[in-house]
Design a protein around this ligand. Structure first.
Ligand code: 8YV
Length: 312
């Protein structure tokens, strides 16, 4: 008999086919009554597969006493209570490294799109406005001071790309990183004050919650640009919206939000923001590699082998 697994959110068709071949897959997002499905699986589900932003609630973990593994299709583990899993003897895996390039690419894309007002230009052309006038000038990217909030794998990949734009790069992190050529600034607010563009690449969690608040946004200032490819929870979203609306912050490029997929409507009318629906790892190549890591972790778990990318 194939092991039974609970799939919290859809994955690429090819990955879902591979899951179906090896397991009996119960799809939570397709269930008319999700609580009922979880209750029905109580004595059967041995694995949960979920997205990094979505995670899984402790109530679901507790309702599945046969659960042995939560395989996250993402690098972020903040939406899974790792301590709770540890206490319950449930293993947790994620998909590091394979998505680093894509997330860094999108961060640079948002940085340029926001500074150069590319979405505004796109709307301008589409609306047939070009023959009638010109757009206001945008802001240069090359040579600017970049602050990286969180110099992990993704933060470092962003910094490397920014070097090619002749940017001066500084960062903040829980602790200074050995062997990186970038300047460490202990305080996030000081980093913002010394940056033209601040990219949020920190891992989320209780420590990082609302790390980007009013003081930091005001330090970044009316010409400053914020890019967030980490998690919405790292930024105080109402304060961000207020700073953008009141002109206290120059602009923002946002891939992540506090309550996805719900984006505060206040953002919709702002020309100084570029919005993405959590797309940083959303390429065929990367989602294939992430999905393969999920499959490999499940395979190893059910075969009793060491898990390739274990978090717990
Ligand atoms: C994915 C993510 O969009 O890696 C993460 O932590 O949030 C993203 O890569 C997500 O995991 C897919 O649902």
């Amino acid at each position: 008999m194939k092991p039974e697994i609970l799939l919290v959110e859809p994955m690429m068709p090819a990955i879902e086919q591979a899951l179906d071949a090896a397991y009996t897959v119960h799809r939570l997002s397709a269930a008319p009554d999700r609580d009922r499905l979880v209750a029905e699986l109580a004595d059967r589900a041995r694995a949960v597969v979920t997205g990094g932003g979505t995670g899984v609630k402790n109530a679901v973990i507790d309702a599945l006493p046969k659960l042995g593994i939560v395989a996250i299709n993402g690098v972020g583990t903040d939406a899974v209570d790792l301590e709770h899993c540890r206490g319950r003897g449930v293993r947790v895996t994620n998909t590091p490294d394979v998505l680093t390039d894509d997330v860094a690419d999108l961060a640079i894309g948002l940085l340029i799109a926001t500074s150069r007002r590319m979405a505004v230009g796109d709307r301008f052309v589409r609306a047939g406005q070009w023959p009638k006038g010109k757009l206001p000038l945008a802001r240069k990217v090359s040579g600017k001071r970049l602050g990286v909030l969180g110099l992990g794998r993704i933060g470092e990949a962003i910094a490397k790309r920014a070097e090619a734009f002749g940017m001066t790069i500084a960062y903040t992190n829980r602790k200074p990183r050995e062997g990186v050529p970038y300047r460490f600034v202990a305080s996030p607010v000081d980093l913002a004050r010394e940056s033209d563009i601040l990219v949020v690449a920190a891992s989320a969690g209780p420590d990082a919650r609302n790390m980007v608040g009013r003081e930091l946004l005001d330090a970044l200032g009316p010409d400053g640009i914020l890019v967030n490819v980490a998690r919405g929870s790292v930024v105080d979203e109402p304060e961000l919206l207020a700073a953008l609306t009141e002109g206290r912050l120059g602009g923002a490029g946002l891939d992540v939000f506090a309550d996805e997929p719900n984006v505060p409507e206040g953002f919709y009318g702002l020309d100084n923001v570029v919005l993405q629906p959590h797309q940083a790892s959303a390429t065929v190549e990367t989602r294939t590699a992430m999905g393969q890591l999920v499959l490999d972790n499940l395979d190893a778990f059910f075969a009793g082998r060491p898990l390739p990318t274990a978090v717990v």
